[in-house]
Design a binder for this molecule. Structure first.
Ligand SMILES: Cc1cc2nc3c(=O)[nH]c(=O)nc-3n(C[C@H](O)[C@H](O)[C@H](O)COP(=O)(O)O)c2cc1C
Length: 406
C-alpha cells in the first residue's frame, strides 16, 4: 500500500489510503472549539485548523461535528446538519488543501451528553434560562449521577439519527472533505450503544455484544453508502472504558473486525468516556507519552486494520519509533500541535529529513532558508562590525553586547 525507504523517516513517507495520498503520517487530531454559531464554523476554525496545514501536517481534522442539532453537547458545538453549513466548511477545506494537507472531518452525535456548557464552565448542565434540550440515548441513564436523564430512543429515533448520519456525510462530501471519521468513542452516542453500562436495552439494539454493536455498524453502513468509494473512512474507538468500565480490548477487536468488513479503512485508537457511576472516565489510562499505543498495536496486529496512534506524543523520535515498530500507520497530535503548530517542520529537522522546509509554503520557506543561512554564517557569539554611518563601524558580539561608539 505504501512505499517506504530506509533514508526517509517513516513519519515523512507519504501514505495512500484508497485514492487519497497524505504527504506524511502526521495527523492533527480532532479538537472541539465550542465556538460555532448554530453549527457553522467561524474565522477561528479557519485560522486554527489552517495553521496545522501550514505547519506541515499530512492530515488535518477539524472538530467533532454533530450530525443533527440535538447531537451537540453545547449551543456552540460544530455541526453539519443544514445544507447552509456546507459553504462555511468549504472555505476551510479549500484552505487546508491549498497548503498541501488532506482535509478530514469527524462526524459525531453526543447522545445523552447534550445540553451542557463547554469545558471552560466545567461542562455544567444548562439552566432553564439557557435553552436546554433533552438528549437521547439507548437507555434513560444520565451521563453523571446528577446529570439530566436522556430520553430512551425508540426505533424511529434510531432510524432518524441514521438518516442524519447519512445526510451529514453527503454534506461532508459536498464541503470538500477527503477523509471522514465516525466518532465511536468518548462516551458519545455510538459508545453509549456499545457499552453495557449505558445500554440496558432488551431489543435488537441491546443485550449481547452483537446487539450493542448493531447501531454502530448500521451507522457505518449508512455512512459508507454515501461516502465515496475512493475516499477513506476512519472510525474512532475507545479501546477500553474508564474506571470500572466493562468494555475492553477483546470487545474492541470483535468490533474492529466487523468495521473492516463494512469498509472502514483506519481505526483511530482512543480510550475512556464511560465509567462506572457516570462519565469522567477519559483519564482511564495514565498519561505517559504514547499511552494508547498498545491499543493501536494490538488492533493492528490482531485484525490487520491500519491504526492511528494518539496521546501525549510530542517527541519526533518517539513518533518515528511507534511507526517503525509497527504499532500504527499514522501518528496524531492534539495538544502538541496547539503548543507548536509547526511541529511537523521541527520533527522533520529532528529526524534529518533532506528538505524540511519543503513542508511549508514557498513564501515562508524562502525566508526561513535565509534565516538558516544567516544562522550558519554567524553562530551565537560571532563578532562583527555593524555600520553606524558611511565611515563608522561599531563592534558587536551577541555574547559581549554592543560596544560603545568611539
Ligand atoms: C481542545 C481539545 C478538543 C478535543 N476535541 C476532540 C474532538 O472533537 N473529538 C475527539 O475525538 N477528540 C477530541 N479531543 C481529544 C484529542 O483528539 C486527542 O485524542 C487527545 O487530546 C490526546 O491527544 P494529545 O495528548 O496529543 O492531546 C480533544 C482534545 C483537546 C485538547
Amino acid at each position: 500500500m505504501n512505499n517506504t525507504s530506509a533514508d526517509v523517516p517513516l513519519l515523512f513517507t507519504p501514505i495512500k489510503l484508497r485514492s487519497v495520498t497524505a504527504r506524511n503520517r502526521i495527523v492533527s487530531s480532532p479538537m472541539c472549539q465550542y465556538l460555532s454559531d448554530d453549527g457553522a464554523p467561524e474565522d477561528w476554525q479557519l485560522v486554527n485548523f489552517g495553521r496545522f496545514a501550514m505547519g506541515g501536517c499530512g492530515i488535518v481534522f477539524g472538530e467533532e461535528t454533530a450530525v443533527e442539532a440535538r447531537g451537540r453537547k453545547t449551543h456552540h458545538c460544530a455541526g453539519i446538519y443544514k445544507d447552509s453549513h456546507i459553504a462555511a466548511y468549504r472555505r476551510i477545506t479549500d484552505f487546508i488543501r491549498s497548503q498541501g494537507a488532506v482535509p478530514a472531518i469527524q462526524l459525531g452525535h453526543c447522545g445523552r451528553r447534550a445540553s451542557q456548557h463547554g469545558p471552560l464552565k466545567d461542562r455544567a448542565a444548562l439552566t432553564e434560562a439557557e435553552r436546554p434540550w433533552q438528549g437521547i440515548s439507548p437507555s434513560p441513564l444520565p451521563p453523571t449521577p446528577d446529570g439530566v436523564i436522556p430520553r430512551e430512543m425508540d426505533i424511529s429515533d434510531i432510524r432518524a439519527t441514521i438518516v442524519a448520519w447519512r445526510e451529514a456525510t453527503q454534506r461532508s462530501v459536498d464541503a470538500g472533505y477527503d477523509i471522514c471519521e465516525i466518532h465511536g468513542a468518548h462516551g458519545y452516542l455510538i459508545h453509549q450503544f456499545l457499552s453495557p453500562l449505558s445500554n440496558l436495552r432488551t431489543d435488537a439494539y441491546g443485550g449481547d455484544l452483537e446487539g450493542r454493536m448493531r447501531y454502530a455498524l448500521e451507522v457505518v453502513e449508512a455512512v459508507r453508502e454515501v461516502w465515496p468509494q475512493d475516499k477513506p473512512l476512519f472510525f474512532r474507538t475507545s479501546a477500553v472504558e474508564g474506571p470500572g468500565g466493562v468494555w475492553g480490548i477483546e470487545e474492541t477487536l470483535v468490533l474492529v473486525r466487523e468495521l473492516k468488513q463494512r469498509g472502514v479503512d483506519m481505526v483511530d485508537c482512543s480510550s475512556g468516556g464511560i465509567a462506572l457511576g457516570g462519565e469522567g472516565g477519559l483519564s482511564a489510562v495514565p498519561r505517559v507519552p504514547g499511552f494508547q499505543a498498545g491499543y493501536a498495536r494490538e488492533i493492528r496486529r490482531e485484525t490487520g486494520m491500519p491504526t492511528v496512534v494518539v496521546g501525549m506524543i510530542s517527541d519526533a523520535r518517539h513518533a518515528e519509533m511507534i511507526l517503525r515498530e509497527g504499532h500504527a500507520d499514522l501518528v496524531a497530535l492534539a495538544r502538541g500541535l496547539m503548543d507548536d503548530p509547526n511541529w511537523p517542520l521541527h520533527a522533520a529537522r529532528e529526524l534529518g529529513c533532506a528538505d524540511p522546509l519543503a513542508l511549508v509554503h514557498a513564501r515562508e520557506a524562502q525566508r526561513l532558508r535565509q534565516l538558516e543561512q544567516h544562522s550558519k554564517a554567524y553562530p551565537p557569539g560571532s563578532a562583527v562590525e555593524i555600520p553606524f554611518g558611511v565611515e563608522e563601524q561599531v563592534a558587536y558580539s551577541w555574547a559581549k553586547g554592543i560596544a560603545e561608539r568611539r
